[in-house]
Design a protein around this ligand. Structure first.
Ligand code: C2O
Ligand code: CU
Ligand code: CU
Length: 496
């Protein structure tokens, strides 16, 4: 079953929509408070598919699609003609059935980023190659104890991941559960923002990534929030807004803040934290998610959700990092503040307090093994004619090689050591982890993560239990150009 999603409003004329409904949508643009939820013609808004009776079942197609972007037509890759793709929602214990068809002219597949499901067979199997015209049914069951959270799906065919994600292939996978039942959170208004950058040439095509993309990864100067440029979000005076954010940019770090409103972090990649944490700004590395509460403490007005320039290398190379308008000619956006969305006040409700307790983040047992993963880059030879390659422990990805064998149910600490000059958001499939320390300093609060950014010169220790599912999967840098250029390894979880 699907219906329109509707928690953000169009703010200005630049929006993405399906070609067939463009005329209808553009004619409504002049209405200031056009609310997508009230419109059946809002085909550009991600459709919502929710599980019913324990089953989430849908057809999903990766397909090239012309999408209207203001007066321009953009040639993008979409799921079911939408960008972002349909929003999928299920509950712990549900069965998920996705009849997937590849209508692209290149191979692809699906990855369920952050879900704790089998990495094999019809599950989160990133080793599958689904050729043009082929179909595959993904089918798996979410475990009954799966945490509620903001997860997502995107292609994972090695070598084409950055290109396909950048072109538009990404969607949310939301697990509803315990966190959603906390009364204050239940009372909050919920808005999802899929943040993704995009670059278009005059003809509406995505330009070939330049030389800089070999280092920094590809970036675009348009920053879209759920397919819109600067959409409007509303909050009631006295109320709470629950913002659920995904950084779906293949390479861009985001540094988000909301004018005159602190952000109260309630959940990270893997779900709830123990108590809200007040933040003045929120940094999201590529692939990361966060949920924040915003209190409607003002009376009226408009407040911008801003993305400020952020140097993920954190001073190692100062402002002279390659790709920042320097020798490699980085994108212009990296030095300016962008408006991601705008918050406006509408209505008044009886004051909703912040929740004082969320959900406990249980510590993991002491590790049986400590492993080290050193991240760096170098100049490659052969394969694709050389250029930059990205390495883990000195090696580029090889799908014939198993890099790391672990025992099912073992607890391990992994030290991720960045000896290079760029930040690398390190991501592990299937099991979430807790960050233990950065350069030996314990982190301020416990959280479930599946992406952790490691700055140049930094040593980050993460702790992980390999639970429930044996099989082969991967870990990699979530700057997806780095992943496509080798910064990925195979993890074999063995039942003993
Ligand atoms: Cu979102 Cu293996 O990635
Ligand atoms: Cu993933
Ligand atoms: Cu990287």
């Amino acid at each position: 079953m699907f219906k329109s999603m509707g928690s953000i409003k169009r703010r200005d004329f630049l929006n993405l929509s399906l070609g067939t409904t463009t005329a209808a949508l553009l004619s409504q643009c002049s209405r200031v408070s056009f609310r997508l939820a009230e419109s059946s013609s809002a085909a550009n808004q991600a459709q919502l598919y929710s599980s019913e009776g324990g089953l989430l079942s849908l057809d999903l197609e990766a397909v090239a699609q012309q999408i209207k972007l203001g007066s321009r037509t953009a040639h993008l890759l979409t799921y079911n003609g939408q960008m972002p793709g349909p929003q999928l929602e299920a509950r712990p214990g549900d069965t998920v059935q996705i009849r997937f068809t590849n209508r692209l002219n290149q191979p692809t597949n699906l990855h369920f980023h952050g879900l704790h499901i089998p990495p094999t067979g019809t599950g989160d199997n990133v080793f599958l190659k689904i050729s043009p015209g082929e179909s595959h049914t993904y089918e798996f069951q979410l475990p009954k104890n799966h945490p509620a959270g903001t997860f997502w799906y995107h292609p994972h065919y090695h070598g084409l991941v950055a290109e396909q994600l950048f072109a538009g292939l990404a969607g949310l996978f939301v697990v509803r559960g315990e966190l959603d039942n906390i009364p204050e959170i239940k009372a909050a208004q919920e808005t999802f923002l899929v943040l993704k950058d995009l670059a278009l040439d005059r003809r509406g095509n995505i330009p070939h990534p330049g030389h800089a993309a070999q280092m920094t990864g590809r970036m675009g100067d348009l920053l879209l929030a759920s397919g819109y440029i600067n959409p409007e979000m509303t909050i009631a005076q006295g109320g709470l807004l629950r913002l659920r954010l995904l950084n779906a940019c293949p390479s861009r770090f985001l540094n988000l803040s909301l004018e005159d409103h602190p952000l109260y972090l309630i959940a990270t990649d893997g779900g709830a934290i123990a108590t809200p944490v007040e933040l003045s700004h929120l940094v999201l590395a590529p692939g990361e998610r966060a949920e924040v509460l915003i209190r409607g403490t003002q009376t009226s007005g408009q407040y911008r959700l801003l993305n400020r320039p952020f140097n993920p290398a954190q001073g190692m190379m100062g402002g002279g990092m390659m790709g920042r308008g320097g020798m490699m000619g980085g994108p212009p956006n990296r030095n300016r503040t962008e408006t991601v969305a705008t918050l406006t006040y509408s209505g008044t409700v009886a004051e909703i307090p912040l929740p004082s307790q969320l959900l406990p983040v249980e510590p993991l047992l002491e590790p049986q093994i400590v492993r080290q993963f050193t991240l760096n880059h170098g100049m490659g030879m052969g394969m694709g004619g050389g250029g930059m390659v990205f390495l883990i422990n000195g090696q580029a990805f090889d799908h014939h090689r198993i890099d790391t064998q672990v025992a099912l149910n073992a607890v391990e600490d992994w030290e991720i050591i960045n000896t290079g000059t760029m930040a690398h958001p390190f991501h592990v499939h299937v099991n979430t982890f807790q960050v233990i320390s950065r350069n030996g300093q314990p982190v301020p609060y416990a959280a479930w993560k599946d992406v952790v950014s490691v700055s140049p010169g930094e040593r980050v220790r993460i702790r992980m239990a390999f639970q429930d599912y044996p099989g082969k999967t991967v870990y990699h840098c979530h700057v997806l150009d780095h992943e496509d250029r080798g910064m990925m390894g195979i993890l074999d979880i063995q039942s003993v």
